[in-house]
Design a protein around this ligand. Structure first.
Ligand code: F6R
Length: 607
């Protein structure tokens, strides 16, 4: 979703603004713009579409200035167009904004009644007009911002540039993330540490309802009218982590990183010598936990679906799972001594955050599995189980998902041990399977040519693709279908194999490929029957299994992939990799924008 950057210093800022916007492209956007002060006046360049368009505009019509703001916009109010692109400006102030001003209509009515004319269809413009109205009442920029914050409802992060004020930039956040970067004679403000990475590693994360005044020398942060202190932290993100390396796309790079990031994650959660799980100190006693609720959105929700199998089987713990956008409005009663686990790569997904807050209000102990340790979800949890995936730039989640699964399996093993449901031998066997996993994933990645062939020859021309799996392979079928539709725009659905005959089998003909996720496990015979049922109706089958499964069913498949045979508990992690690569090579064959698929945003900070 929208990305924000602001820079104040003594050198021309436009190149830095554009550089930071490139780092924010991963969030998804459909227009972009920058504004600086030129001789005290706000000057803007804005374009619809990708940043190359903005760069071309700037090449034709350069923008000088030593103070400026920039934005990538993912449209919410008002279609993607130059007119609605940020910065949104009046003659007094220019604003970049992420989030939604929920009471914008009420504020707009008031401002229009005052005689103000609106130039865009955005909710953001009410902030610009409100600040202008306050400034015209002889308030200082600081007073104007403080007063405006009192009127705004919703979740937002914004940065403002004021006419005639080369000496200050102001920012404010409520809900959406915003961070200050500390340079040497230059200060920065941006959506996240990734945006600030080209300039500085010294970062201050603003908290909800903070607003900040930046000068070239430093930052003063306020809550209401009171000045507050916030820590300056060292960001772990380096410029090198942000490149594609030798890969054509970030998504491919991130798929390839999985053996190493899963290995890094395991180093935190497993003791290789003893083969025992080592969880951080948690504020819950698993023996007393009555119920576990897990919540997330999209791919992260599928991690919850897989983890339900693990916690139920390994820890004999009752588990409820629900997508956060439903949980937050359903108001379910939650049991005493309950634990809620929120799972999120970004840690900023607005629905997941709201579901977490609901569970907290229901007195649940909140654990979160997040990839961004400074995120709102991490900060609002009682304890954090970090995934060590590193920055994930491709919009379609890959390494974040497999590290979420790795952490959740370790947590389920830890809970199983605490609840005396797992013997030491069993724990060691599961830990051993996890330790071997990076090597098996490497082997799967090594079959890239086969995935390329299936993507190109079987999937790329299909109009619809079905994915089926049973048991803990069912969520992987859902994940495979989601990945394919996200990046190749082919309609795809995931089903529990047993459900095929209750409806979806009507869709089967020789034009509909069916990808079968079928490791040799306790339900293999069942999925084998579903495979036969599809085959009998002329379906084109792609089989993902191990040598045993392929020797039983492979002769009837249009294509088979032979994966290493693994302990069934870790199979969902391994079998994710082939569905990622199938989606990737199908999208490449179709020539779509793999890393920034249309309409999608990386971090979903609006409802
Ligand atoms: C799919 C994908 C999304 C995210 C979802 C949640 O490839 O990336 O479905 O999983 O938007 O995002 P986080 O994990 O940041 O809460």
């Amino acid at each position: 979703m929208c990305g924000i950057i602001g820079v104040i210093g003594n050198a021309p800022v436009t190149p830095s603004l554009v550089e930071a916007l490139k780092r924010l492209e991963y969030r998804g956007y459909d227009s972009a713009g920058v504004a600086t002060l030129v001789n005290g006046h706000i000057e803007r360049r804005r374009t619809e579409g990708k940043l190359v368009n903005l760069e071309a505009r700037l090449a034709k019509d350069p923008l000088p200035g030593t103070i400026g703001i920039g934005h990538t916009r993912w449209a919410t109010h008002g279609k993607p167009s130059e007119r609605n692109a940020h910065p949104i400006a009046t003659d007094q102030v220019a604003i970049v904004h992420n989030g939604i001003i929920e009471n914008f209509q009420e504020l707009k009515n008031e401002l229009v009644a005052e005689g103000r004319r609106f130039d865009s269809d955005t909710d953001t413009e009410v902030v610009a007009q409100l600040l202008t109205s306050n400034l015209e009442r002889q308030m200082s920029p600081q007073q104007a911002m403080g007063k405006a914050m009192e009127r705004l409802r919703g979740a937002f992060a914004l940065v403002a540039l004021f006419t005639g004020r080369h000496d200050i930039l102001m920012g404010a956040r409520r809900g959406s993330s915003l961070a200050v970067g500390h340079g040497d004679g230059e200060m920065y403000i941006g959506t996240d540490a990734l945006a600030l990475a080209p300039f500085t590693k010294r970062v201050t994360y603003l908290e909800d309802d903070d607003w900040v005044v930046l000068t070239a020398k430093g930052a003063t942060i306020y809550q209401g009218q009171t000045e507050v202190k916030r820590e300056v932290r060292q960001s772990g993100i380096s410029g090198a982590m942000m490149g594609k390396g030798n890969h054509r796309h970030f998504m491919l790079k991130e798929i390839h990183e999985q053996p190493s990031v899963i290995g890094d994650t395991l180093q935190t959660y497993l003791e290789p010598a003893t083969r025992l799980v080592t969880l951080p100190a948690l504020p819950c006693d698993w023996t007393k936990v009555s119920r576990l609720t897990m919540t997330a959105c999209g791919t992260a929700f599928y991690a919850c679906m897989v983890a339900k199998y693990w916690f139920e089987r390994l820890a004999r713990l009752p588990v409820d799972i629900e997508v956060a956008s439903e949980l937050r409005y359903r108001e379910p009663p939650m049991s005493e001594n309950g634990v809620c686990i929120a799972v999120s790569q970004s840690g900023e997904t607005v629905d997941t955050l709201a579901a977490l807050r609901y569970a907290k209000a229901q007195k649940q102990t909140i654990l979160s599995v997040v990839n961004v340790p400074e995120s709102a979800i991490a900060r609002e949890s009682h304890a954090v189980l970090p995934t060590l995936a590193g920055p994930e730039i491709g919009v379609a989640s890959t390494k974040a998902f497999t590290t979420q699964l790795t952490v959740l399996l370790a947590a389920a093993i830890g809970a199983g041990r605490a609840r005396r449901n797992l013997s030491r031998e069993e724990e060691m066997r599961l830990a051993g399977a996890l330790i071997e996993l990076p090597a098996h994933i490497n082997a799967a990645i090594g079959m890239e040519e086969q995935f390329r062939w299936i993507g190109q020859e079987i999937l790329a021309d299909a109009r619809d693709v079905l994915y089926i799996g049973r048991g803990s392979s069912f969520p992987i079928a859902l994940e495979g279908a989601l990945k394919l539709k996200e990046i190749s725009y082919i309609h795809a659905e995931g089903y529990a194999g047993g459900e095929m005959k209750h409806g979806p089998i009507a869709l089967i003909d020789e034009m509909v490929p069916v990808v079968v996720v079928a490791p040799s496990d306790a339900v293999f015979d069942k999925i084998a029957s579903n495979f036969e049922q599809v085959k009998a109706r002329g379906g084109k089958l792609v089989l993902l299994s191990d040598a045993e499964g392929v020797s039983r069913l492979g002769s009837q498949a249009a294509a088979s992939i032979i994966l290493p045979r693994v302990e069934p508990a870790v199979a969902p992690i391994l079998y994710t990799v082939p569905v990622q690569l199938l989606a990737y090579y199908t999208a490449v064959a179709k020539g779509t924008d793999v890393d920034q698929p249309r309409n999608l945003a990386k971090s979903v900070t609006v409802e």
